[in-house]
Design a binder for this molecule. Structure first.
Ligand code: GDP
Ligand code: MG
Length: 738
């Protein structure tokens, strides 16, 4: 039996020993988290004048160890204040002590009636405190105090009624039926006056006191019985009738032992004990007496908060106090739960399981549930809204601890998925005969990639390791990342198409244009243009580029030279999922490259020397051969001179054709798109000009020979054909003179 502990000291201070006192009680319990134990405890207070035998009664009834005044030693009055003792054993009419739920007994040691004037403050505060926490107030009285009506005898009860109104009057709710039991214990009841008449006169006195109280307006019509149940018990004289005295206490013990958690009528009958008068025992503890809904472990904090408010004359708002305690305690359990988690975290979540999804999820879930269960086991008895609120806090904290590990896995996953996507599209590029267009394959792959990511993230989300919001964010960010990759994959594929088109173009252009230009006719440039458009379109068609231009593989284009530039305005689709404008720009880029390639080929080929040899070749053919390619036989020099003049004029005519690129209708050929610039090309090139539509053109293309170059060629050409004709004349003279 532990000694009682002082709860409120003489100096009206809350004792710091109380917390340890409760800790010891809880630690002595095998399962301190058992709801029945933690929640089903009772608080009883005792009031009465000094030396009225309060502590003596409590010690016998509750098997406690409060200080009592020893009659023989004549000790001074026991220390003032409020004392607290814990019990779960009662003295009842059974032979041994009866086990009960935990009961905490508050022994209020006030001062003598005579001294009370100076210590009314303590009495009032003690009453307020006792009412705030107790289910039962035992009021201890000598029998001879009743009926005398000496004002101050029952002054204590006036105080109790007043503080009761200040505590519960404002928020009085008849539906809740919250009450306190006032248990009057009449001491030295020798039995001359029956208990019934004593209780009658006490009741009358109490009702009178109630009637004279100043009540707040909302309590004007409320009766004493709206707040209190009254019960009267008489105890025999301790010294004169000691055996009966003990028996009376034991039968009072029977009423206390009647457990409210055992309200089952069968059980009730089982522990029923009858008094001498064969009366059925009425239980002391009733559920509507319960003051607080706080687990036992936090009672001392609650009591201390209440006392401090009382001591500082602040409003004592009990529900708010309970919420404050709930907040404090649930936060404590959140911290403990998190500490447990952190202690285990690195041991369980090792590096080797970070890229093993199912293991990672399994271990994280295990830790999460363990952490949450710790919290739920400890905190669930506190105000539900606070319990839930702090549970969310805990979940957020757990998520924060988990996040880096989950992120690690997801980043690993993202790396793998992006790599897979790139690899599968790379394979597409090398397989030219692939049937589905690039963009279809790409879209299908992207869809698969997104699904694969979503599937994995969903596994985390399903087990609530990732919340809805994070889930959505992850998917959005991932699809952004995929979009970036998609863009670069398309660009890469486009570049490879453009490069391959350029290569093919340059081979085809070279063969065709040299072939055309080495036989320059009046319409040779029309033919070059035609070749340009047909070749370009044919290559695009080979690369499965769709165009609105009608194209017949066998005949080529019915190409209208005058309108060759319309090709630029046609629509093209590179099947890369680009819009019209982008497709058109790509086409213009390819067409610009084509122009540039053609330009290079033509200007490389049509140098002075090669033009000279073309002219000479054409001259020789015209001069020496007839229409049937048969060598001519001249009869005289006149014939030679005539043939020479025709061939010479014809050849010089070809020089004009070759020196500037014009259609047969005498229109200078200008590239219809901007040509890509060489790196070393001067930005302010004189040959670049802007047309009326603001488009830049290069005149370089058509200008093949300048006047000086033409002069040079003509000079050399004349020299050479003069030699040629001289040779011819010589041989003719030789043959005619023979
Ligand atoms: P408290 O100050 O109210 O706690 O009173 P105590 O329990 O310390 O008792 C004060 C004195 O009264 C002691 O000497 C007790 O022996 C005596 N006493 C206790 N109970 C009774 C009782 O029922 N009748 C009488 N006559 N004396 C009692
Ligand atoms: Mg005492």
């Amino acid at each position: 039996m532990p000694d009682a502990v002082q709860l409120i000291g003489e100096e009206k201070d809350f004792s710091s020993n109380v917390i340890d006192y409760f800790k010891d009680i809880l630690n002595s319990k095998p399962d301190r988290n058992d709801v029945d134990i933690n929640m089903n405890y009772h608080i009883v207070s005792v009031f009465g004048s000094q030396s009225s035998g309060k502590s003596t009664l409590l010690n016998i009834l509750f098997n406690t160890n409060f200080d009592t005044m020893d009659a023989n030693v004549k000790r001074q009055q026991t220390t003032k204040g409020i004392w607290l003792a814990h019990t779960n054993e009662l003295n009842t009419s059974s032979d041994s002590l009866t086990k009960t739920n935990d009961i905490f007994v508050l022994d209020v040691e006030g001062s003598d009636g005579a001294e009370r004037g100076e210590d009314q403050d303590f009495e009032r505060k003690a009453a307020l405190f006792a009412l705030a926490v107790s289910e039962v107030l035992i009021v201890n009285l000598w029998e001879n105090q009743i009926g005398l009506y000496q004002g101050n005898n029952l002054a204590l009860l006036k105080t109790v009624f007043e503080v009761n109104l200040s505590l519960f009057g404002k928020s009085f709710d008849p539906l809740k039926n919250n009450k306190v039991l006032l248990l009057f214990v009449i001491r030295d009841h020798v039995g001359v006056t029956p208990l019934s008449s004593l209780s009658e006169s006490l009741t009358t006195e109490l009702e009178n006191i109630w009637a004279t109280l100043n009540k707040p307006s909302n309590c004007k019509d409320l009766s004493l019985y709206d707040f209190f149940d009254l019960k009267y018990v008489g105890l025999a004289h301790k010294i004169l009738q000691n055996e009966k005295f003990i028996d009376d206490i034991k039968s009072l013990g029977d009423s206390f032992a009647f457990n409210i958690s055992n309200m089952d009528p069968m059980k009730t009958r089982g522990i029923d004990r009858t008094t001498d008068e064969n009366k059925i025992i009425e239980p002391i503890f009733k559920s509507n007496y319960h003051r607080q809904n706080l687990p036992m472990e936090s009672w001392s904090i609650y009591a201390e908060n209440c006392w401090n408010l009382i001591e500082n004359n602040k409003d004592l708002d009990l529900p708010t106090q309970q919420i404050l305690v709930a907040k404090f305690k649930t936060q404590e359990f959140v911290n403990e739960a998190l500490q447990l988690l952190l202690d285990e975290f690195d041991k369980v979540i090792t590096d080797d399981i970070l890229i093993n999804k199912s293991m990672l999820i399994e271990k994280l879930l295990l830790l999460k549930n363990k952490t949450l269960n710790y919290y739920i086991d400890h905190a669930s008895h506190y105000t539900n809204s606070i319990f839930l609120e702090k549970k969310t806090v805990l979940i957020n904290e757990i998520d924060k601890i988990f996040k880096p590990k989950i992120d690690f896995y997801l980043n690993h996953l993202i790396g793998i998925l992006i790599n897979q996507l790139k690899t599968s599209m790379k394979n597409y590029n090398s397989a030219n005969n692939n049937n589905s267009p690039f963009v279809e394959k790409l879209n299908a792959n992207i869809k698969d990639t997104n699904l694969a990511f979503e599937k994995d993230v969903k596994e985390f989300q399903k087990d609530q390791l990732i919340d809805e919001k994070t889930f959505d964010e992850l998917l959005i960010n991932f699809s952004k990342l995929i979009k970036d990759n998609e863009k670069s994959l398309r660009e890469a594929h486009l570049n490879s198409i453009i490069n391959r088109i350029n290569k093919t173009l340059s081979i085809k252009f070279k063969d065709s244009s040299i072939n055309l230009l080495s036989h320059p006719e009046i319409d040779v440039w029309d033919k070059v243009l035609n070749m340009f458009n047909i070749t370009l379109t044919r290559i695009l068609v080979n690369y499965k580029v769709e165009t609105t231009r009608e194209f017949n593989e066998k005949d080529g284009f019915e190409y209208n030279n005058e309108k060759y530039s319309e090709a630029v305005e046609d629509e093209y689709d590179f099947h890369l999922g680009f819009n019209k404008e982008k497709n058109s720009n790509i086409y213009k880029q390819i067409r610009g490259n084509a122009w540039k390639t053609l330009d290079n080929i033509i200007h490389d080929y049509l140098k002075e020397d090669s033009i000279l040899s073309i002219l000479k070749d054409k001259f020789e053919t015209k001069f020496r051969y007839d229409e049937n390619d048969t060598p001519k036989f001249w009869k005289n020099e006149i014939e030679i001179d005539q043939a020479y003049k025709v061939a010479r004029d014809y050849s010089i005519g070809l020089l004009d054709i070759l020196s500037i690129a014009k259609t047969k209708d005498n229109v200078e050929i200008i590239p219809d798109v901007q040509l890509p610039k060489d790196d070393d090309e001067d930005a302010e090139d004189d040959d670049i000009y802007q047309d009326e539509f603001g488009i830049y053109h290069s005149q370089k293309f058509s200008h093949i020979l300048n006047e000086l170059q033409k002069e040079n060629i003509l000079k050399k050409f004349r020299k050479q054909i003069n030699l040629s004709v001289l040779d011819c004349k010589r041989s003719t003279v030789r043959s005619t003179t023979h």
